[in-house]
Design a protein around this ligand. Structure first.
Ligand SMILES: Nc1nc2c(c(=O)[nH]1)N[C@H]1C(S)=C(S)[C@@H](COP(=O)(O)O)O[C@H]1N2
Ligand SMILES: [Mo]
Length: 340
């Protein structure tokens, strides 16, 4: 291996290189090192080898992402409870079952996810169906930074500074018609790139593609965010590149990654975790300390900070994950035990 450590990632941190150039250069380097193409090592060994080039997660992410321009949006910052989770934790402790079911699998297995070209189709009950390409995702809307509390249904949590735009701005652009009542989302289906989609055991039993959904009112709420980045750079593959949903008052599984389709419908769409275990994961999945998961309490959460999961402190979980003043009204006539 005669590539110097610094050379491998330095060239990717500059603002003005295109993502395609980054991707091609990354492929070239991986190829030179024998990780892809004829004679490549088995993929798990190959991935371990790629990461031997880097001495930290920050170096890995610099290799994979580019800086984004954005305006800071502090409107919801007073609702954060706790400091930002370090970037190194956000990009190394992930749920992305398409790349394996353990928390470290996505960071190891997702690095070759090809995000350009990308197509995001928005269709169904809309006036002007649209297909956005990779550049559109980053350029069609002014980008904002929004830091949100993020809580997984497994009772760990983080505070994540996302970069993106509100889903409402996208829905306004396509023009939602009067038949639309729900919004359905779909992740890329590509078993060649996503080992978890090749058989039901490696993919955690999910019937792929991963799908999610919101009511139209939830989708139009200003908090509902389309993220194209975090910590000021494009999303690393393991966090759902090139574009993912973030719904901060709901359990993390609603925040679907690597989206290829957004469809407006008149019927409540199926959702992946609900299909897998309807008694454990509802359609609404609002963070609620008073409704326990059948197998564990939701009253508190382990907040991931510097030390990672093992030294994470337990803190109380807040109704709607702290965002009640902006969303509780959406559910005022609902029994939240029934509509969990
Ligand atoms: N396509 C897809 N989206 C997904 C998942 C997944 O496995 N596949 N996991 C969900 C779960 S359970 C959580 S907690 C969040 C994790 O996001 P993060 O890895 O960026 O923290 O992504 C959600 N979105
Ligand atoms: Mo989750």
């Amino acid at each position: 291996m005669n590539i110097k450590k610094t050379a491998a990632w330095d060239k990717f941190t500059s603002r003005d290189i295109t993502p395609e150039a980054v991707y091609q250069d990354r492929r070239r380097i991986l190829k030179q090192m024998g990780f892809i193409g004829a004679g490549a090592l088995l993929s798990s060994q190959a991935n371990a080898g790629v990461f031997d080039l880097f001495s930290s997660d920050e170096e890995k992410v610099a290799f994979l992402t580019k800086t984004l321009p954005f305006a800071k949006q502090a409107q919801y910052d007073h609702l954060l409870y706790g400091a930002l989770t370090p970037e190194s934790k956000i990009i190394s402790h992930n749920n992305f079952y398409e790349f394996g079911t353990s928390k470290t699998d996505p960071a190891e297995n997702a690095q070759e996810l090809k995000v350009e070209p990308w197509k995001l189709v928005i269709d169904g009950e809309v006036d002007k169906p649209m297909t956005l390409d990779y550049d559109d995702l980053l350029k069609l809307f002014p980008l904002e930074e929004r830091a949100y509390n993020f809580r997984c249904v497994e009772a760990w949590s983080m505070v994540i500074p996302w970069v993106g735009f509100s889903l409402a701005s996208l829905l306004k652009k396509v023009g939602v018609n009067s038949k639309a009542k729900y919004v359905a989302f779909e992740t890329l289906f590509d078993p060649e790139q996503m080992p978890g989609q090749r058989n039901r055991y490696t993919g955690g039993g999910i019937n792929y593609p991963y799908v999610e959904g919101l009511t139209l009112a939830e989708a139009m709420n200003d908090l509902t965010f389309m993220s194209v980045g975090l910590y000021g750079k494009t999303l690393p593959p393991q966090n759902g590149a090139p574009i993912r949903l973030v719904v901060p008052w709901k359990y993390g599984f609603k925040s679907i990654k690597s989206i290829v389709r957004i469809r407006l419908t008149d019927k409540q769409p199926p959702t992946s975790w609900n299909q897998l275990a309807a008694n454990e994961y509802g359609f609404y999945a609002n963070v609620n300390p008073e409704v326990d998961h059948p197998r564990w309490s939701q009253a508190s959460e382990r907040r991931i900070a510097e030390g990672g999961l093992f030294s994470a402190k337990r803190i109380p979980t807040l109704p709607f994950n702290g965002y009640g003043e902006f969303v509780a009204d959406l559910y005022k006539d609902m029994d939240l035990r029934k509509f969990y």
